[in-house]
Write a protein that binds this ligand. Structure first.
Ligand SMILES: [Zn+2]
Length: 1006
């Protein structure tokens, strides 16, 4: 999966202050079990309780439950057969009688003690006194019987082998019916088969080869059902269960969901699609919904004869049924995880091309047919590249890429049927900008990489989500660099790494590989750390191992684990097969995967001697945390270039595996720059050498690459936050920007200065904010004046133009707004028929939306446009108005999803919450509509993470801190413990600190 907002501007998070320590909360192996519905069965704490069958049997015996009696019968039979192979009963010896009497006395005394416990009313539901030694263990099913499983994870005693799934969506009643036949294999003898089901109305459940009907139990809190067999299920046996059910097509973005849209004749139509990752397959069919439970799938869809269907595999046959209904049957799938199953039912058009035995097709609504060409070309090129790079062919006969009209994330990698948001797939040559092209290319590259990383080899559990997402993100930028070098996507990646590091420097951060159990914890793993930090660690490793060794390691990993599951160690073991003892990759990478945060490397140069020292980059200043911080030690593959040779081929490497070390250069040098091209995930402090680098940039900035220049800007502003460098020096460093013409350093400088500007503005420090903007104008004014309002030039020139003019127009610098308004008015006069330059279209729309007439006209055009990329620029412009009534209208309407799709909501909140008139309004709106938002987008999802982050990121007062804290605490403990909530609170605290420490300095400086 890729998150759409991964590409949007991040909210302003000021990490420039020293922060009193916020105690780090490491994720724990917590089980979320319903205390209210557990049953007391014995005097043991839950941690003493094993999850194996034996415990369950003994508990059952004590309670004398009917199905458990059957179960204990199984055990008795088994033990009997061990003792008496002939099955006959032997007479009881005196010794046995004595032992039995003693056991009976102990058992009776034990039960008496329980009954006589003070203040404990013993009912059939157990003792409700809060006593840890008296935990309730098994939950109750919906019918009041005991549900035989208490854990969130499924038991390992039964594994699925194959599913026969039949789905019949009805796009008139907006319901669907389904039946599933699951063949399972018994790994440990049992009576129960526990699997997932969520929100399904199960009408029938039966088992094959069983003399008596099966009993069926539901436990909705864990989304689990249990099929209780009438006879023992023995090891090695295959067993088939049949379940029939029905449900509503979902009105959220999860599971089997419905989408309303207008066709070419403005007639309302329905579209049905699935989105299962991470936990929603269970809401479309009962299944073993954990990534390691891979199986094959035979899917049949009954549909209206006028619609078409797609699924993971090619279509095998279409059979007419009755009343205009036909059944599509698809070929049996490869072995795969449930979250990758996909189905689309709609009226779609496509274009296709064959490559290397696979048919690649791009599908969309008929009105978008002419916008599919770019995606098809790109997908074919990328597929060919990956097959060569991994040395494994794409294993399916077809690959469909489908644009879905309403989609929460950016795209989803379902095997053979990749689904996309329309803006990440459709390229319109008249309205799509260079940035749109980069976005579409990146998202396709990401999803196609998943066909190997994720689909062929899947992470065992969600704690290692980074193996899927970090890899797909890494491959996305790597593949683009190889196939489309002109797009300079590596610079976009660099800016994403800077933003991920900002999150990673907060106490609320987490190790890339973190223990997770609950659905919210799993949802929260889909964040910048799994994607971007994961990818940047792989980038660092690739540079250290060299390209060829890295590639060989990946090939081994994919070959060793194909059609199976893997965890982080499996990847390192594969790499170690290639390094063959020369380097222990596992030892090195564990220091990065299992620690949160990243190192700060301090460099001191004295003649030829370079001293390097590492510590955790941390805002914590409280003494007790220094102890834990001291335990952090990263194995850092340092890289550096010097004035004696600064080309990439001169890059030197040094593995810093101690707290400090000394590097001796062959000769004295004028300057040294560490972390070449920011290929390593660390920040460098040139303790006494910043002045040298400031002078170097002033004299000859191209001595360093654009990425190195951006890296220096990022590092010095980060160090100001730590109190290790002065704001004055940071401003001196960016003084060279007048000469800068590369997008990466300019974007980074604008980002850092905008953070300061935004906070000052919201704090009511308007004059000081104006002085920051004046400083930016002083640095970039000439460059802004040089830009023209066309799409001419090289791709990098076009991108630079887009960056500068969008910034200038939104802050009313130079004549940007006047020029843009003029163009907008001409466009309005032509009733939107005049074509606009796509790269600066957003700047033009934003300027136009400042007037009431312009805003209304833009909204009208938004409703009629068939270009999704044009519409997304319009929506941002509409949300940038200063008219609070209009802002309110936009937020309300996008949440309702009629005029503006709900998929745009987080986009709108992001824009509204950055502006002075909108930031308080956005937070109020989020508070007011919290229940609706979390129902629509799911608690913990990337969208909710962003909504919380954006709507609170501009706060820098203690009153706001208190308000945000109390709001989330008033909701529930679960909500206040969300990582994104903690991150929002950390950010506000840092903003407050920054203001307290730097306001006076800024006044002096500017
Ligand atoms: Zn992904």
């Amino acid at each position: 999966m890729i998150e759409n907002s991964m590409f949007e501007e991040e909210p302003d998070v000021v990490d420039l202050a020293k922060e009193p320590c916020l105690h780090p909360l490491e994720p724990e192996e917590v089980e979320y079990e319903p205390r209210s519905s557990r049953l007391l069965v014995r005097g043991l704490g839950e941690h003493e309780m094993d999850d194996d069958e034996e415990d369950y049997e003994s508990s059952a015996k004590l309670l004398g439950m009917s199905f458990m009696n059957r179960s204990s019968g199984l055990q008795d039979n088994m033990s009997m057969s061990r003792q008496n192979p002939n099955g006959s009963c032997s007479a009881l010896s005196t010794r046995t009688l004595v032992v039995c009497t003693v056991v009976l006395v102990i058992a009776v005394s034990f039960i008496m003690v329980i009954y006589l416990l003070p203040k404990c009313t013993f009912t059939k539901e157990g003792c409700h006194k809060k006593n840890h030694t008296m935990e309730l263990i098994y939950p109750l099913a919906t019918n009041g019987k005991i549900f035989p499983w208490a854990k969130v994870r499924l038991p390992p005693d039964v594994v699925p082998l194959h599913y026969d799934l039949v789905l019949q969506p009805n796009l008139t009643t907006l319901k669907f019916a389904g039946s599933v036949k699951i063949v399972v294999n018994i790994v440990q003898a049992t009576w129960k088969i526990v699997l997932h089901s969520s929100g399904l109305n199960i009408t029938k459940a039966s088992g094959e080869h069983q003399a008596k009907p099966v009993e069926f139990l539901e436990y909705p809190l864990h989304d689990q059902i249990a099929v209780m067999a009438s006879e023992a299920l023995l090891v090695g046996q295959n067993y088939t269960i049949n379940i029939e059910y029905s449900s509503n097509l979902s009105d959220t973005y999860y599971g089997f969901y419905k989408i309303s849209y207008k066709d070419e004749n403005s007639k309302q139509r329905w579209f049905a699609a699935t989105q299962f990752e991470p936990l929603a397959a269970r809401s479309a069919f009962p299944c073993f919904d954990e990534p390691a439970f891979k199986a094959t799938f035979l899917i049949k869809i009954k549909r209206d004869e006028k619609l078409s269907t797609l699924s993971n595999m090619p279509k095998k046959a279409t059979t007419p049924l009755t009343n205009g209904i036909v059944q599509d049957e698809f070929f049996v799938s490869l072995k795969m995880s449930t979250y990758l199953v996909a189905v689309v039912v709609a009226d779609l058009k496509n274009i296709s091309r064959e490559t290397n035995g696979s048919l690649v097709s791009v599908y969309a609504l008929p009105q978008h047919l002419n916008q599919l060409g770019y995606a098809l070309n790109t997908a074919v090129k990328l597929l060919e590249f990956y097959q060569k790079y991994f040395l494994i062919n794409y294993p399916l006969e077809k690959l469909d890429l489908v644009a879905i009209p309403d989609f929460q994330s950016g795209a989803m990698e379902n095997w053979g049927l990749v689904t996309f948001r329309e803006t990440t797939l459709l390229f319109d040559s008249n309205t799509s900008s260079i940035r749109d092209k980069k976005l579409i290319t990146a998202v396709i590259a990401h999803e196609l990489a998943h066909q190997w990383f994720g689909n062929l080899v899947t992470m065992k559990w969600w704690n290692d989500l980074w193996l899927n997402e970090g890899f797909a993100t890494f491959m996305e930028y790597f593949a683009i660099e190889e196939i489309f070098p002109e797009l300079h996507s590596d610079e976009d990646f660099l800016n994403l790494i800077f933003k991920a590091m900002m999150k990673d420097s907060l106490n609320s951060s987490h190790p890339v590989s973190s223990a997770v159990q609950s659905s919210e914890q799993i949802e929260e793993m889909f964040d910048a750390l799994s994607y971007i930090k994961g990818a940047s660690l792989l980038l660092m490793l690739k540079h250290y191992l060299t390209k060829d060794v890295f590639q060989a390691g990946i090939e081994v990993y994919l070959h060793n684990h194909n059609y199976g599951s893997a965890q982080s160690d499996d990847l390192w073991d594969s790499m170690n097969e290639i390094t063959n003892g020369t380097l222990d990759v596992k030892k090195l990478m564990k220091t990065w995967i299992l620690h949160k945060g990243f190192p700060l490397v301090t460099v001191v140069r004295k003649g030829k001697i370079i001293s390097v020292q590492q510590e955790k980059f941390s805002y914590c200043v409280e003494p007790e945390n220094w102890t834990s911080d001291a335990s952090y030690l990263w194995y850092i593959p340092l890289t550096y270039i010097t004035s004696s040779c600064n080309f990439t081929h001169c890059t030197n490497a040094y593995l810093l595996d101690q707290k400090s070390a000394v590097i001796e250069l062959p000769e004295e040098v004028e300057w040294i720059k560490f972390n070449v091209d920011m290929n390593g995930y660390y920040i460098v402090h040139y303790a006494e050498d910043w002045k040298t680098l400031i002078d170097l940039l002033k004299k000859n900035h191209t001595a360093l690459s654009a990425k190195d220049r951006a890296n220096l800007i990022n590092n010095i502003f980060s160090l100001v936050g730590l109190g290790k460098e002065s704001l004055e020096k940071a401003f001196q460093l960016i003084d060279y920007l007048k000469k800068e013409s590369s997008t990466a350093p300019l974007t980074q400088a604008l980002f850092q200065l905008s953070l300061i500007y935004s906070l000052l503005e919201k704090k009511g420090e308007q004059q000081l904010a104006a002085r920051v903007m004046h400083r930016i104008e002083h640095l970039l004014g000439d460059k802004i004046d040089q830009q023209c309002w066309t799409d001419d030039g090289t791709l990098s020139q076009r991108e630079l133009r887009s960056t500068l003019l969008t910034f200038a127009c939104s802050h009313d610098l130079r004549k940007c707004r006047t020029n843009a308004t003029e163009i907008f008015e001409k466009w309005m006069k032509s009733n939107g028929t005049m074509s606009l330059p796509s790269d600066v279209m957003k700047a033009i729309f934003t300027a136009g939306a400042k007037s009431s007439d312009g805003w209304e006209f833009l909204l009208k055009m938004y409703s009629s446009s068939v270009s999704e990329t044009e519409k997304s620029k319009m929506i941002e412009a509409l949300a940038s108005t200063e008219d609070v009534r209009k802002l309110m209208w936009l937020m309300q309407n996008s949440l309702e999803g009629e005029v503006i799709r709900a998929q745009e909501f987080s986009h709108i909140i992001a824009t509204v919450s950055q502006s002075l008139p909108g930031y308080l309004l956005a937070w109020d709106f989020v508070k007011e509509n919290w229940e609706k938002l979390t129902r629509k987008f799911h608690l913990g999802s990337y969208t909710i993470q962003n909504i919380i982050s954006w709507s609170t990121s501009q706060f820098a007062t203690k009153a706001h801190l208190l308000e945000v804290k109390s709001f989330f605490e008033s909701k529930s403990e679960k909500i206040s413990q969300l990582r994104c909530v903690k991150e929002a609170i950390d950010t506000i605290k840092l903003n407050i600190q920054w203001m307290e420490k730097n306001l006076a300095k800024l006044r002096k400086l500017l």
